[in-house]
Design a binder for this molecule. Structure first.
Ligand SMILES: [Fe+2]
Length: 207
């Protein structure tokens, strides 16, 4: 099996593989903000591994890039389908609060653009690591703004009850994603390592 296909499957099963062996594979309990903050920590750990771990093999690096793309894509989808519209609906046009929501959408757009570029890049592309570095910086900025401003605003305008309800929705989305990933994860684990000749690949992402 070509390494490109394996990396593609790693992408599909990323949420599964983000969890340590034996750990309960469910989104953490708590309200929406607790779950989304936990996602942020996972993504930070992956970026750190890709960009700073000296002993990471090329394959390990590719797998972690696929994981971080998948994790960010799912995370952005969840925020854009649940949290952002809920906060948007509680804010008024031309206010600072509305501006923060719109800014979050724009930051996601830049991140998704780069995610697509990285997903299409050849795994041996000289600029791959530079692209990942820029994605890491964009993500860091976005996470800081969310955690220091946007989440506080979301808590104020939505209230705890609504955030718990959104948290439940997030858990359902993650459970469905997990269910879809499970059969592929098992198939991947059962496969042999690829031959050296198949080391040229692209990192495929879901559209
Ligand atoms: Fe976000």
């Amino acid at each position: 099996m070509a390494l490109g296909n394996i990396v593609s499957e790693v992408f599909d099963t990323a949420r599964e593989m983000l969890k340590p062996e034996g750990e309960e594979r469910e989104a953490p309990f708590g309200d929406a903000i607790t779950i989304l903050k936990a996602d942020h920590r996972e993504v930070e750990a992956l970026f750190e591994s890709i960009l700073e771990e000296k002993n990471l093999t090329l394959r390990g690096q590719r797998e972690n890039i696929a994981k971080v793309l998948a994790a960010l894509t799912l995370h952005a989808k969840i925020e854009e389908s649940l949290l952002y519209p809920a906060v948007y609906g509680k804010t008024k046009r031309d206010t600072d609060e509305r501006l923060k929501v719109l800014e979050a959408y724009e930051e996601h757009a830049s991140m998704k653009d780069l995610i697509r570029k990285i997903g299409r890049a050849d795994a041996r592309d000289e600029s791959l690591k530079a692209k990942v570095q820029v994605l890491s910086e964009l993500t860091k900025h976005h996470v800081t703004e969310e955690e220091h401003e946007f989440f506080r605003e979301a808590r104020e305008v939505l209230g705890e009850k609504r955030l718990i309800a959104i948290g439940e929705e997030i858990r359902k989305i993650k459970a469905r994603a997990q269910k879809r990933a499970d059969p592929k994860s098992k198939a991947l684990a059962a496969r042999k390592k690829p031959s050296k000749s198949s080391s040229r690949s692209t990192i495929k992402t879901k559209k």
